[in-house]
Ligand binder design. Structure first.
Ligand SMILES: Nc1ncnc2c1ncn2[C@@H]1O[C@H](COP(=O)(O)OP(=O)(O)OP(=O)(O)O)[C@@H](O)[C@H]1O
Ligand SMILES: [Mg+2]
Length: 251
């Protein structure tokens, strides 16, 4: 166990259904790691289990050298690890201003200097102070996702769990948000665990990836290997053929 995120033989069982089946991934500090696989293969479940949102029935999760047990997560966990979801509308409160939603994590963690931090966070994600007192419905989808990223960054985490962070966005906006994520990762030396069904996105953003099928990790490979077609499993090859984003990039 040497990674900053280490998941060993993790299973999540709902009734009799194994949503995650002895899955293991190991992510090094500063690494950007991708999870791909068909719909229902367990990608979100793996992220949710790390965040304590899905019940692990066997296996172990270590984050930053500490074992996480059960579903309880210490406050310190949320300072170190933040999650960004696909649907920024769902993850922002519709009746609270951006200011209030950025202030909330600071208040929970007893962090002062809120105004300066909020302005800095908005600036970092490319939204000026003019957005501060708006409501989510007054923003575009891309702007909402920038707010969700600002909220994830405001506690200065070292690890981001990203579940399809751009798949609800138009292609051009998607590219902008991916560039933003790549830039903050470099600037802040963050570690990413990122789910995407788009292999073009994953190979662009991630150094290595795990391929999931029916709750299991069926293959681990580098983005370079995937792009060059050095693939071990037919399942992975089929995913590549099915991924429109990937075809577009390699055509
Ligand atoms: N709370 C739950 N109760 C019962 N089954 C669940 C629950 N959450 C997920 N599952 C099941 O576990 C399996 C894996 O779901 P998961 O959301 O991890 O897939 P995914 O790989 O993220 O798929 P997608 O690409 O469509 O987002 C699915 O069959 C899903 O129906
Ligand atoms: Mg999912």
């Amino acid at each position: 166990m040497t990674g900053v995120v280490s998941v060993e033989n993790l299973s999540v069982v709902y009734d009799d259904f194994r949503a995650l089946d002895t899955a293991s991934v190991e992510i090094g500090a500063g690494e950007s790691f991708g999870l791909v696989g068909e719909s229902g293969s367990g990608k979100s479940t793996l992220l949710r289990a790390i965040a304590g949102l899905a019940p692990a029935s066997e296996g172990a999760i270590h984050v930053l050298g500490r074992e996480l047990r059960g579903s309880r997560r210490e406050k310190a966990f949320y300072r170190a690890v933040q999650m960004v979801f696909q649907d920024p509308y769902g993850s922002l409160h519709p009746r609270q201003t951006i200011d209030r939603q950025l202030m909330e994590p600071l208040a929970i963690h007893g962090i002062g200097d809120g105004e300066r931090r909020i302005l800095k966070a908005l600036d970092e994600v490319g939204l000026g102070s003019g957005f501060r007192f708006r409501y989510p419905h007054q923003l575009s989808g891309g702007q909402r996702q920038r707010v969700a990223i600002a909220r994830a960054l405001i506690l200065e985490p070292s690890i981001l769990l990203l579940d399809e962070p751009t798949s609800a966005l138009d292609a051009s906006v998607q590219a902008e948000v991916l560039n933003l994520l790549e830039q903050v990762r470099r600037d802040r030396k963050l570690t990413f665990l990122m789910v995407s069904h788009d292999l073009g996105v994953v190979t662009h953003m991630c150094d290595r990836l795990a391929v999931m099928q029916a709750g299991r990790v069926v293959e681990r490979l580098s983005s370079a290997d995937l792009v060059a077609g050095r693939i071990g499993e037919d399942y992975t090859r089929n995913l590549m053929v099915a991924s429109k984003g990937f075809r577009r990039k390699t055509a």
